[in-house]
Write a protein that binds this ligand. Structure first.
Ligand code: BGC
Length: 901
């Protein structure tokens, strides 16, 4: 009846090599009966599998703890480094039920104390190697490696692990990530070789404008436990051998990978290789940052392989492959060619009209991989240490000869973070499903290298914070983002200056200090959303002090509560990049200052700091007043009174200029922002909503006129203020500007711009920042909204939308599965819902008729205003437009019909 699923440590199944001293345990309590809560839990941690199996807690026993928490910090005595721990959990429900112990799960520690690191940072070559002798049988072996900028680890002739583009990017002077590998199956008694190829990555990138940290370097520790109990350590130091000029001609994230197979020493990664011509490696300065383990941060990997859909030859000797999907990754090509033949693979998102690839929008990124062949039969070409954003790949030769490739010889490797997928949504509207699909591709293709890039193809690929927070709700509902975003928060902390300022892009590879407030808000918004969606307290505990500093930095720039500091505004609305005309920057900046104060106040409250909560609450209300005073106006235009949010300036000639013109409706974004934050004075709400609706319906013929901020908040404002149908119709437009237009014009990922552009400049075909729309689908089409952190309580409100008949959603929350599927049959509304143990769902069922009957699994629970309780259903009441029913955990089947007279 009671079970435990999903025992995790740091939100990861059996993590290898964590460095968290107080790791978080979590589990999903499962119960076959309705309306159950967890009343208590008990965790035991043991030093061996045998002990754990016999439930002997020789490391830590939490005891029976009365609590409904299912994310719990380790509370035992300090953990030891390099140690595997085994654990189990069980729980009790509120009616005396007791679960079995969970299966035994484990976690293994890496280096918990930096003093335990052995090894020196070394450099001086592309290829580094060391042989070593093991004089006993191997019980287990681990490698701890930090190779900057990127590395490929090989041992005894094989590549170790499946991480690519590792380690994740960071501000290397503050944090350097290392990865842990289990190499027990590779290391053997006798002679062994460990070999590393280093790439430049971000650490050693030499690209104009991008921060350069230093030349590639390596820190490696290999620990081998022998069966007889001895531990042997091999680590990087001056005894290693380096090949300075190896096969890599050049490698760069933007420009591509160039490799000469003729210069790759055969057998260099195997024992017994003649390394006498290699120099000794040199000990170099450490990069400076604290070493942190990647064990629980989703790693970048090859996640799928695509076959080309077609290929053709636009010019003799030039072959273009179409993969049918814009992706992030690279091509793997098998060729047979002449010795020294130079094979080129170029990448592009779009084509020219003559079928050749169009690379103009890659700007300065050459995005070209070059391979020089050995000419000894079929050779497999695959780049390292670079990646590309592309749908098309062009294969050609610059010199020499290759046999013309066929469809079978080419594949595209889809590369992104190995994120656990936790959410899905399917609706009766194909276009909505298609929009969801392109959002997913854009999110995935920009979640890699441990950051959230803006785009994967051009000379940019930076962790732009504006883009990150705007799509973060969508990312959090679809993927398990806890550890990924926690890592990004560390990046921001690492980038913060003394004065509190943070950059627009993290890690700070570009100098973009101080951030635009609407970009820097990621530092406040994302932690708060991690708390909201996942109940993640640790992140707000950690970030709060730094986030306050950032907010304060902005606050001191404000004049009388209005913030004039801003850089980008409502970025990329239809027809342009900057949007000064429609929505003045100061409106956005001040709105952000207000919202951040509100969030900080909520954070302070959640952290048990009522005084600070009050402080931010007071600042927020001052800013709110200043906001309305400065921007809420009513003017007469062409004899018509128009209310709106805009700025009034006086020109030199003395005429009044309305920036953010209130001309019949005004800027959609400027109207929506105060609405969603409840900033509009009650008596003006109707006017502002009407102005917004007028702009969308009349001025824009049911289309949005929004940049990336408006794209998130205009649909939200409409839905909240009674215009869900209009929002839905604007979202599902197929004419410009709209998502449907992008898709009709062939988009398989979200574009950066509403226009179909094929030139240079700001014209990426894979930007995730408009992806905020996907969270809107979950909120308003599935109808799921979080009411208490971590889905402890959530609202389910199936919408009545013309043209939408059913929606089905699953979200694997920290509490467990939330499943909502509704079907609208006109005179009947069916709703299937799963509520996890310990959660409460508040159903808001629309009154589809005057008198409603609600049947649940065959039993009438509501009729003629009367509620008949049944198992799991806590309460029901009638409100103006809906029946509100509260239910506890379990599976339910509701049917709503008009009750017969
Ligand atoms: C990036 C955007 C980013 C913007 C800010 C662009 O170059 O691609 O996504 O938010 O700059 O100005």
């Amino acid at each position: 009846m009671l079970r435990v699923e999903n025992p995790r440590v740091e939100f990861t199944t059996n993590p290898l090599g964590i460095d968290e001293s107080r790791p978080r345990f979590s589990w999903t309590p499962i119960h076959s009966k309705r309306g159950r809560r967890q009343k208590a839990y008990r965790i035991i941690v043991a030093s061996s599998l045998e002990n754990a199996l016999r439930s002997i807690s020789d490391v830590w026993d939490s005891g029976i703890v009365e609590s409904d928490e299912n994310v719990v910090e380790y509370g035992g005595s300090p953990l030891k480094s390099f140690t595997r721990y085994f654990w189990r959990v069980r729980w009790w429900d509120d009616k005396g039920g007791e679960s079995e112990w969970s299966d035994v799960a484990w976690f293994e520690t890496a280096v918990l104390d930096s003093g335990e690191w052995r090894g020196k940072w070394i450099g001086g070559g592309q290829l580094l190697r060391r042989e070593f002798y093991i004089d006993g049988d191997v019980a287990e072996a681990r490698v701890y490696i930090a190779g900057l900028g990127y590395y490929e680890l090989r041992m005894n002739g094989v590549r170790v692990g499946d991480r690519v583009l590792d380690p994740p990017w960071s501000e290397y002077s503050r944090t350097v990530y290392y990865s842990v590998y289990d190499v027990t199956d590779i290391v053997r008694k006798g002679l062994n070789a460990v070999a590393v190829m280093l790439g430049r990555g971000r650490y050693a990138q030499k690209f104009s404008g991008v921060k350069y940290y230093g030349e590639p370097k390596l820190l490696l520790l290999l620990r081998v436990k022998l069966v007889d109990g001895r531990v042997m350590e091999v680590y990087s130091d001056e005894s290693w051998r380096c090949l300075e000029k190896g096969p890599i001609i050049s490698d760069d994230i933007y420009n591509g990978f160039r490799y000469d197979f003729r210069l790759e020493p055969v057998g260099w990664d195997k024992p017994g290789f003649d390394e006498s011509s290699w120099k000794l490696c040199t000990v170099v300065d450490p990069p400076g940052g604290v070493l942190r383990s990647t064990a629980t941060i989703p790693a970048t990997k090859v996640m799928a392989v695509l076959k080309p859909r077609e290929f053709y030859s636009p010019r003799p000797g030039v072959y273009v492959f179409d993969f049918g999907q814009n992706i992030t990754g690279w091509v793997r090509l098998r060729v047979r060619g002449s010795l020294g033949a130079e094979v080129r693979i170029r990448y592009a998102e779009i084509l020219n009209t003559d079928g050749t690839i169009n690379t103009k929008n890659l700007r300065g990124a050459e995005a070209t991989d070059v391979f020089i062949l050995r000419g000894n039969g079929v050779e497999t070409l695959e780049p390292r240490f670079t990646y590309h954003g592309f749908r098309y790949a062009e294969v050609s030769t610059a010199s020499g000869y290759i046999a013309p490739p066929s469809l079978d010889d080419v594949e595209a490797l889809v590369v992104h973070a190995d994120l656990e997928s936790i959410g899905s949504i399917v609706t009766s509207n194909k276009l909505v499903n298609d929009i969801h699909k392109i959002v997913m591709w854009s999110l995935k293709g920009n979640l890699m290298n441990g950051v959230q890039t803006d785009c994967p193809q051009r000379d940019e690929r930076m962790g732009w914070l504006g883009d990150a927070w705007l799509s973060s709700d969508s990312a959090m509902l679809n993927f398990n983002m806890v550890r990924y975003y926690e890592k990004i928060m560390q990046d921001i902390i690492d980038s913060q200056k003394e004065d509190g300022s943070i950059p627009d892009t993290v890690p700070p590879y570009w100098n973009t200090y101080p951030a635009d407030p609407a970009w820097g808000t990621a530092f406040i918004y994302i932690p708060w959303m991690l708390y909201t969606y996942y109940g993640d307290r640790r992140v707000i505990e950690k970030v709060y002090v730094y986030a306050k500093k950032w907010w304060n930095y902005l606050y001191t720039k404000a004049k009388d509560g209005v913030l004039y500091f801003s850089k980008y505004g409502d970025w990329v609305p239809p027809g342009r990049v900057f949007n000064i005309q429609d929505c003045p920057f100061e409106i956005i900046a001040t709105w952000i200052l207000y919202r951040d104060a509100k969030i900080l106040s909520s954070m302070a409250r959640a952290l048990g700091k009522p005084d600070e909560a009050k402080y931010f609450e007071e600042r927020a209300s001052e800013i709110a007043n200043a906001f309305n005073k400065a921007f809420l106006h009513e003017v007469e235009i062409f004899g018509r009174k128009v209310a709106g949010y805009f700025s009034i300036y006086t020109s030199q000639a003395g005429t009044q200029l309305y920036l953010g013109s209130p001309r019949f409706g005004g800027s959609q974004t400027c109207l929506a922002l105060p609405l969603v934050e409840g900033l509009v004075p009650q008596e003006k709400v109707k006017d502002i909503v009407e102005a917004l609706v007028y702009s969308i319906e009349v001025d824009w013929d049911k289309h949005f006129n929004v940049g990336i901020l408006g794209a998130k908040y205009v649909p939200e404002a409409l839905a909240r203020y009674g215009y869900l149908q209009l929002a839905y119709e604007a979202i599902t437009q197929e004419t410009y500007p709209s998502f449907g237009y992008m898709i009709r014009e062939g988009a398989t990922t979200l574009w950066e711009r509403w226009e179909k552009l094929t030139g240079s400049g700001m014209n990426s075909h894979n930007h995730h920042m408009f992806g905020s729309i996907d969270a809107w689908f979950y909120r308003w089409l599935a109808g799921i909204q979080v009411a208490e952190p971590g889905f402890k309580k959530f609202i389910v409100k199936p919408p009545l939308i013309k043209g939408l008949n059913h929606v089905s959603t699953k979200i694997y929350t920290v509490k467990g599965l939330v499943h909502v599927a509704w079907v609208n049959e006109g005179d009947k509304l069916k709703l299937v819902i799963d509520v996890p143990v310990g959660s409460i769902a508040e159903l808001h069922l629309p009154k589809i008729a005057k008198s409603i009957e609600v049947v649940e699994s065959g039993k009438t629970i509501w009729r003629e205003g009367k509620f008949t309780p049944t198992e799991g259903i806590i309460s029901a009441k009638e409100e103006k437009e809906e029946i509100v029913i509260e239910i506890g955990s379990g599976n339910y089947n509701f049917e709503l019909t008009s009750s017969p007279p």
